[in-house]
Design a protein around this ligand. Structure first.
Ligand code: GLU
Length: 302
C-alpha cells in the first residue's frame, strides 16, 4: 500500500456492553493500522439496534478507548442520528428491493427440508411477490444468481476470499421486520460517507463483507481495503462477548494504568502476534507501532 495515499480507518463498536478483550483487539488493530499508515482513525457508535443497546455503554466504550491511549480523529458518529441517510440509500436501491413476509421460523423450516447443514441462505420465497394473504415484514435485497453474484477480494490478513451471494447468502435483509435498518446497509452508507479507505475488524465479519461490497457497487461507493484479524474465543471456541461470559476489564473506571497494561493492552497485543514489553501506556504504543508494521511486512500485508 502506498504510505502516502490518504488513509481513513475506523472502529465501529455496537454499544452492547463494555469494551472486552475481543473488542479491544479489533480496536487496537484498526488503530495501529491507521497510525502506521499516517492515517486518520475514526470511531462510530453502531447503535441502531435499540433492543441490544445497553444504557451508557457508548460513553463507557469511549472512555475506555481514551484511557487505553487510543485517541480518535474528528467527531464520533452515532448511527441513530443518521436515519435519513439510510432512507435515502434505500430509495436508491429501490429497483433491487422487495418486501418479504417470511418469519425466521419459516426460513429455518424450509432450510431443514433442503439440507440440514446449510447456513442461513434465504430460499427466495417472496422474490416474485408476497404469497396470498401474507403481509410484508422485512425488506430484502435481490442478489444476482449463480456466478454473476460471485464476489472476491484480497483480504490483507486472510488472503483471497470468495463468496457467491446467490448460493451462499441469498437475498438478504436490509430493513428488518421491526423497521430497524440492517447492519449491512448502515455500515456501507456510513463507511462511504466517512470516506473510509481501510476496514480493519474481526474475522467474524468476513462473511458479511461480500454483501457489503455488493451494496457499495449498487450505491456507487468506492470499495475499501479489508483486513480481518482473528477473533478472540473462549475455551469452548465461541467469540467473546457479554453473552459468552467475557470478563470486561474496568477500562473506563478505576483500573490503574498498570492493570490496564497487564490485563488489557499487552494481552490484546499478544493475541495479534505482538510480543511487547512496556512499563507505561505511552511506551506501549511507541513499541506497538513499529511492531505492527513489521508484523504486516512479514505477512506480506503492509
Ligand atoms: N458494529 C459491529 C460490531 O460491533 C462492527 C461493524 C464493523 O466493524 O463493520 O460487531
Amino acid at each position: 500500500m502506498n504510505r502516502h495515499s490518504p488513509y481513513i480507518g475506523r472502529f465501529a463498536p455496537s454499544p452492547t456492553g463494555p469494551l472486552h478483550l475481543g473488542s479491544l483487539v479489533a480496536a487496537m488493530a484498526s488503530y495501529l493500522d491507521a497510525k502506521t499508515h499516517f492515517g486518520r482513525w475514526l470511531v462510530r457508535i453502531e447503535d441502531l439496534d435499540r433492543e441490544r443497546n445497553v444504557e451508557g455503554a457508548d460513553r463507557a466504550l469511549l472512555a475506555a478507548l481514551q484511557r487505553c491511549g487510543m485517541h480518535w480523529d474528528g467527531e464520533v458518529l452515532w448511527q441513530s442520528a443518521r436515519l435519513a441517510h439510510y432512507e435515502t440509500a434505500l430509495h436508491k436501491l429501490q429497483a433491487h428491493i422487495y418486501p418479504c413476509a417470511c418469519s425466521r421460523k419459516e426460513i429455518a423450516d424450509s432450510r431443514l427440508k433442503a439440507h440440514a447443514a446449510s447456513t442461513a441462505v434465504y430460499p427466495g420465497t417472496c422474490r416474485h411477490g408476497l404469497p396470498e394473504g401474507k403481509t410484508a415484514r422485512a425488506l430484502r435485497l435481490r442478489v444476482p444468481d449463480g456466478s454473476d453474484g460471485l464476489i472476491q477480494f484480497e483480504d490483507r490478513w486472510q488472503g483471497l476470499f470468495r463468496q457467491e451471494l446467490g448460493t451462499q447468502v441469498g437475498d438478504f435483509v436490509i430493513r428488518r421486520a421491526d423497521g430497524v435498518i440492517a447492519y449491512q446497509l448502515a455500515v456501507v452508507v456510513d463507511d462511504g460517507a466517512q470516506g473510509v479507505t481501510d476496514i480493519v475488524r474481526g474475522a467474524d465479519l468476513l462473511d458479511s463483507t461480500a454483501r457489503q461490497i455488493h451494496l457499495q457497487a449498487l450505491l456507487n461507493l468506492p470499495q475499501p481495503r479489508y483486513l480481518h484479524v482473528p477473533v478472540v474465543t473462549n475455551a469452548a471456541g465461541e467469540k467473546l462477548s457479554k453473552q459468552t461470559g467475557a470478563l470486561p476489564f474496568d477500562a473506563g473506571g478505576s483500573a490503574s494504568e498498570q492493570a490496564l497494561l497487564q490485563t488489557a493492552l499487552l494481552p490484546a497485543a499478544r493475541f495479534l502476534g505482538l510480543d511487547l514489553d512496556a512499563g507505561q501506556i505511552p511506551q506501549f504504543w511507541q513499541r506497538a507501532l513499529p511492531a505492527w508494521d513489521a508484523l504486516l511486512r512479514r505477512r506480506g500485508a503492509a
